[in-house]
Design a protein around this ligand. Sequence first.
Ligand code: BGC
Length: 825
Amino acid sequence: MTTPRRATSTATDYDELVGRLDLASKVRLLTGRAMFTLWPEDSIGLGELRLSDGPTGVRGLKFSGGRIVALFPNATLLSAAWSEDSAYEVGQLLAEEALAQQLHVVLGPTINLHRSPLGGRLFEAYSEDPLLSGKLAAAYVRGLQGHGVGACLKHLVANESETERNTVNSVVDEATLRELYLLPFEIAVAEADPWSMMAAYNDVNGVAATEQHHVINEIVKGEWNWPGLVMSDWFATKTAAAAASGGLDLVMPGPRGPWGDALVAAVESGEVDEAVIDDHVGRLLRLADRAGALGEPRSCPADLPAPDSPARKEQLTRLAAAGMTVLINRDEVLPLRRGQRVALIGRHAIETIDMGGGSAQVNPPYQTSVAGGMMAALGDAVIVVDGVEVRSRPVPARVAFVTDPETGLPGVLAELYDVGGSLLERRPSQRGLVLAGFDDDLPARVARIVLRARVEGTGPTELGAMGTGDWTIRAGAETFGLALRPTGSGFGEEVLAPPAGSRVISLAGPTVVEAVSDIPPPGGDGSSPLRRVSVAGLIARPAPRDPAEVLAAAVAAARTADVAVVVVGLTEEQETESVDKTTLRLPGQQDDLVRAVAAAAERTVVVVNAATPVLMPWRDEVDAVVWAGLPGQEGGHAVAAALLGDIEPAGRLVTTFPADDNAAPAWSVTPVSGDLSYAEGPYIGYRGYHAGRAPAPAFWFGHGLGYASWDYGEPALVAGVAPPAVAVTVTNTGSRASREVVQVYLEPAAAGQPVRLVGWQAVDAAAGQSVPVEVRTEPRLWRRWDIQSGQWTRLPAGGRLLIARGLGDVRGVIDLAARQLQDPA
Ligand code: BGC
């Protein structure tokens, strides 16, 4: 792809442009124009800046029902490749997807850390480790911005869980904040100069993240001297003067919001200095300039691959498979051999989850299940058997099961009416779900939604609806009502986890189903845009079967095969924005399913279709386990390629998998009186397990077997390099070419300083080949924040370097005792 041309080749004088605007015009620019766009200002050549969500695809300007775009593997699956090159490639591909839509900024990467494994949104964020997160973020930002599209690091800061997410106060000591939670932001700023960041929903130590003078003004814009723009998370800004003076540059979304006239008044009364406003506008102009929305509009390349092009298929399959991680592989049961008879079992094999829930969702051109991928690769050698239920709530009707009764196309037809009964819009939906009044500019509040679909199944069928409202469901001669009310308290919960109800009805044949929702009038004065938003979904699917019957069918299939592959996992009920998990147990009776199959099959391979840790109480009873993340639109093909070894699943875990619930150094995500205490300090993830603050995990951060085995030579320090670098020779003792990730951890001598990853280096080697590897270490991990002096200080001399394949498999030790360590950067 050719890089888009920048709008201005000579340095633009932002102060001069700002000086041409009066106060009201300046303040107007500082709140969005709509959900994902900013105001243009012709008088200074400022065009409309256009933003889009981004972690797993560039969704575009609409939150739901938008254009068809490529769905990438999720963040943890991408990061499990431990590859800056892959992260760069992802950034570049996202830039292409953005440029094809004339977008200027992609709202990613998410670089909050995996503090507690219960965090519902960890699937969007890279890792529990700040170095891995920071380095990958920097590479992603370089890939994105190097091709003319802005990045937005999010969410600044201490935003690691979702419970009470709009109000929670994260209580974090200053050393932990800097050494851990700010570190990925700091590394990305230093190495890639991201053009924007997003201030989080939560408070940090009693101050809203959108008003964080200390974090935004003092640290990020001050100490780091970062010239970019800070925007608020969506609807997060609560105040005018405090937020504007606290360093927030832009309120999102718009056009309503707490700034506008209130901020103009605050400047006129002297409460906010006009220089503060000028600085915000200057930063906005710099972002626009960099992204090609100031001055002459940028020209976008015309040669961009379509979301379903062969180029995208190859890229997305390769990126997904490379991050998949082999956790167990007894007797080299993997890779599967062509010619083996495979029983492929599980609901996740048929309805593979390829993305998490919430603002990361996109509208992909197609989705590929593991069953589809395996059958494409192995044909008749695979038999596919459904598994036990994996959800506790019904989901909107899947396209294969319902068609629009008027066009016959897959999906549901929605009609939206105002309070007087006039039709506002007819909207076909492939997802069985509509979001009304959010980003569609409807002229009035939607008071009634009618959903219609032809249900193709026969026999016992679950029918129902989701979304707040008084529903009437009609299917042939059957009619029933549902009064659905919100389960949670906030906007996020009502939209992302809407209330649902259903019944089982026996259908004699294909039947047109109609679901009518009368939506209660909004509370409050109705002026908030959120009060006009409604979600409505049609539930239609074959009625759940008796679990005993399902297990018996799985066991019977397993007995006839050479190898049983059971696909288990989580769904968007667990891995979503706005909701945290309460357990790491697999939902439903999936553990029973694995055990039953393992007892019956000759060989059992388990594929875990989840982005984050799950418990595997059966892990000693099966032959192999592969963690497959949420693999994106090519997911099924990627799983098949990984299981067959066509692409090595060379991933290493990016987060530690606990052995049990509550057996992690940081667990609870439930605030107490509004406070969520980060009381474990810097001891999250492997840092805490290594210090004995939790029982030994099931699988360590950094663990991953690939399809080879490795010998390590004696490690040594590289002479004359500061901070220390490690040289070690690794030998591929397996029978296939493979990729090894040599990890170096520092175990400091100082009390209160946990072990930490200080560097890694990946290397490819043919079977039998020995390769010398040099691992440089990151200077920022050799320092600590001294609370007394309020400064960085170097760690005292001493400690050890551990050369490891995850801390459960340490292959070499270098004793640093008595060595004089170098000054931190
Ligand atoms: C999320 C952000 C996202 C924004 C816009 C918020 O709910 O927290 O990550 O970028 O919505 O969709």
